[in-house]
Every structure is written in C-alpha cells, then in structure tokens.
Design a protein around this ligand. Structure first.
Ligand SMILES: [Fe+2]
Length: 190
C-alpha cells in the first residue's frame, strides 16, 4: 500500500467513524484525535509523536465492539488493536507509544498524586476496566519499555484533547506529517 493510499484509508476511517461521540466526552472521536495532535504539534513534538497523537485512538474505529462497550463493563483493548494496525503502516515510534497510552495512564495514576484528579469522569470509569493504577512492580516494568516516555507525553496530550468546540486544523493539515513517518517513506523503520 502506498503512503498516499494509507492516508486515504485513514481519512476514510475518520469520515465514516469519527463523528461518533468519544466515550462520554463532550467531543467526537475526530475532534478528540485532532485536538490531541494539535496539542502535540504546539508542544513541538517530533513528527512520529504528532502522528501517534493523531492516531492514538484509531483502535476505537477498528475493534468491532459497540461504541458503548465501556458502559457494559468491556475493555476493548483499543490500544492494542490500534497499535497492531499502525505497526504495519508506520514506524515503531508511532505505533508503540499508541500501544502504551493506556498503560501510561495507569502508570501516571500510580506515580503522580495529582493525576487522577485531572482525569475526566469517563476516563476514571475506563481506568477501572483497564486494571486501575499499576502496581510498583508494573511501574518498574513500564518505565523500562523503550516507548514509555513518549507514551506518557502522548497520554498527557490525550487528556487535553477533550474540549468542547476546541479549534484545530483539519485532518489534511497532518497529511505530510503522516507521510513522513510511514514505513518505507524515508523515516527510520525501527
Ligand atoms: Fe484518547
């Protein structure tokens, strides 16, 4: 699949699935993902992390569960669905922070005493389904993962991307960023 075809595939997913509400938040899935990428870009993140921010919840478009799965006590493991999909199309610096962005939330709950209070109601609810705060042993294991620091950055931007009516560029603004970090597109295939 060519890079342009991958971008078209992503645009199609945003078009067909992105208008759905984002899990009890006051934004749609598309708004949430664009806001997260916009925050990452303004923070000066490298292209791979801006791409990860933009696509971190793409697993919600792909996992096949109903949109209200969390209301029924189901953890969709969207981070793994999304990361597995991304890994065939993008370098690891995109897919692996996405894989760890839920673990990063559990890590921050265990290590930052102020973090839990910053989470939205919906995010606290899903935290329970995702296993709650990491144990001390799990904290150590998480911190040793090569993408841990990037995943924590991504997580904090993720938490900022839930602003009703927040202004963002359109998806097309990020096309060149995505093309630059696709497999075989010149970026390092780690
Ligand atoms: Fe998110």
């Amino acid at each position: 699949m060519t890079p342009v075809a991958v971008f078209d595939e992503i645009a199609e997913l945003f078009d067909t699935r992105g208008a759905a509400a984002y899990l009890g938040e006051p934004v749609s899935m598309t708004e949430h993902m664009l806001q997260t990428a916009h925050v990452a870009e303004r923070a000066g993140a490298p292209a791979a992390l801006v791409a990860a921010a933009l696509l971190h919840d793409i697993g919600h478009f792909l996992h096949g569960f109903d949109d209200d799965a969390a209301d029924h006590g189901i953890d969709t493991a969207h981070e793994h669905t999304g990361a597995d999909w991304l890994r065939t199309r993008f370098v690891d610096a995109v897919s692996e922070p996405v894989r760890l962005h839920v673990a990063a939330k559990r890590y921050l709950c265990a290590t930052d005493p102020t973090y839990l209070a910053q989470l939205s109601v919906a995010s606290v609810h899903s935290l329970g389904l995702q296993g709650g705060a990491l144990s001390p042993a799990e904290v150590d294991e998480f911190a040793r993962r090569p993408s841990a620091e990037d995943a924590v950055l991504l997580r904090r931007w993720d938490d900022c991307g839930k602003i009703a009516g927040g202004a963002t560029p359109p998806l097309a603004h990020f096309e060149q960023v995505l093309l630059a970090v696709m497999r075989g597109a010149g970026a390092d295939d780690e």
